[in-house]
Design a protein around this ligand. Structure first.
Ligand code: ARG
Length: 461
């Protein structure tokens, strides 16, 4: 049988329906190592406050260590009657330390300050692991950029051909978004690194425990400043839910491109066999399942954020049992990303880019028209007039089924006297790319600079 932590004023045990609804060990067991770390820190402050003798402290820490080893080995786990991870571990402690000594540990703490603390510990570890995996994906994107230094591709707006860009510039754009995702995780971590331990149920403890010492012991920066806030705030979880949902959305945008770019119509990339799937009926199929799962999971992570915010909305201070619903969404977001990120990284690292196809399509759709207009501006033509003239060039080329550089000198001159044969200089993809040489532009020199900076960010992050 499990252990109830609140038998005293009750005449009988809880109804089975109550037990069934109340139980959370099926998802909160992942917090067990953190709960034990918290218990050890708590034992030390009880000792410092004179509430545990030297021998009792030694016995308590020893029992907690043995409990941790049994949890790690899988020989201790929750039983159906255990309400939550805290209750199960309390039972494990009493079994190992005896009820006399083990029964002293609960003094001055509540599951309310306990869970608020160790959930932070769990999430900080999970977020750090995810940040590392994001760095691996950035690495894969940069390696692909490095492997194709001069390759051009069609840049798009409204998903229509817009202007040619370097493939490396496009890949680096995805890496830039991921840099911000990692930044957000690091920044969130500073706010999450506080310890509600010592807040008790909501009002603090009368036992002169030392919340600073517990915080330090657990690797947290400081105790929370307000025990009511400490036990009831979950914005740290909601904020991370956003940070992770945003990361998933960034993965999803890259995934969507991989899906489209790998179709026969585009033919920009080929997926590696080991990072794609086949069809049970159509022998020719090669499917971008990883990218599709990335796109799908983004929806799920957005749901985790929305669900948690809905749970928090309208909760009065301080602890309410609704708060137990804070765990599954974030445990899920962390777990999903830990599986998803390495797969997306592998898919990215093994993509084959068809650079000839990309180069062929780069000038398609009259994507050099802006270059005609900007060249005219440099000849002193007002942009309004230049835009008009370039538009006429497009119209003429389109109606006679030619590319812009196939217009004759006479045709150019007929559209605007300023359009001398010199304009042909900018009517190449290379010319258009090299011309965009301001900071952040797609000129090869600028992109090389950008890749260097990204590389430095990734190695120092
Ligand atoms: N399992 C609960 C949670 O995750 C913590 C227990 C607090 N329960 C209580 N009745 N005060 O929120």
């Amino acid at each position: 049988p499990g252990l109830a932590l609140w038998g005293g004023r009750f005449s009988g045990g809880p109804a089975p329906e109550m037990v069934e609804l109340s139980r959370s060990t099926q998802f909160d067991w992942v917090l067990a190592p953190y709960d034990i770390a918290g218990s050890k820190a708590h034992a030390r402050v009880l000792h410092r406050a004179g509430l545990l003798s030297d021998d009792e402290l030694t016995g308590m820490l020893d029992a907690l260590d043995r409990l941790l080893a049994d949890v790690a080995a899988g020989s201790f786990g929750p039983v159906p009657g255990d309400e939550d991870v805290h209750t199960a571990l309390e039972r494990g402690l009493l079994e190992r330390a005896g009820t006399e000594l083990g029964g002293k540990l609960r003094a001055g703490r509540s599951r309310n300050d306990q869970v608020a603390t160790l959930y932070r510990l769990y999430l900080r570890d999970g977020a750090a692991r995810i940040a590392d995996k994001v760095l691996d994906l950035q690495d894969a994107l940069l390696a692909q950029a490095d492997a194709h230094p001069g390759a051009a591709m069609p840049g798009r707006t409204h998903f229509q051909h817009a202007q040619p860009v370097l493939l490396a510039h496009h890949l680096a754009a995805h890496a830039q978004a991921l840099v911000r995702d990692v930044d957000r995780i690091r920044d969130w971590d500073r706010r999450a690194a506080v310890s509600p331990y010592g807040s008790g149920a909501l009002a603090g403890s009368s036992l002169h425990l030392d919340p600073e010492a517990v915080a330090k012991d657990l690797g947290l920066d400081r105790p929370t400043a307000n025990s009511i806030d400490g036990t009831s705030a979950r914005d740290f979880a909601a904020e991370l839910a956003f940070v992770l949902a945003m990361l998933a959305v960034d993965l999803s945008r890259w995934a969507e491109e991989v899906i489209v770019f790998s179709t026969a119509e585009f033919g920009y990339v080929k997926l590696h066999d080991s990072f794609s799937t086949g069809s049970s009926i159509m022998p020719q199929k090669k499917n971008p399942d990883i990218a599709e799962l990335a796109r799908g999971k983004a929806g799920r992570l957005i749901g985790n954020l929305a669900g948690l915010l809905a749970t928090l909305k309208g909760l009065p201070l301080a602890y309410n049992r609704d708060l137990q619903e804070d765990k599954e969404p974030l445990i899920d977001s962390v777990t999903q990303l830990e599986v998803l990120l390495p797969a997306v990284t592998g898919m990215t690292a093994t993509l084959t880019f068809h650079t000839a196809r990309l180069a062929e399509m780069a000038p398609a759709g009259f994507s050099l028209a802006t270059d005609i207009a900007e060249w005219l501006v440099q000849q002193g033509v007002p942009f309004r007039v230049a835009h008009e003239a370039a538009g006429e060039c497009v119209s003429l080329a389109e109606s006679t089924d030619r590319t812009l550089d196939q217009l004759t000198d006479a045709e150019f001159a007929g559209i605007d006297a300023a359009l001398t044969p010199e304009v042909r200089r900018v009517l190449t993809v290379e010319g258009a790319l090299a011309a965009r040489d301001g900071v952040g532009g797609t000129a090869p020199v600028r992109v090389a600079e950008q890749l260097d900076l990204l590389r430095t960010r990734i190695t120092t992050d």
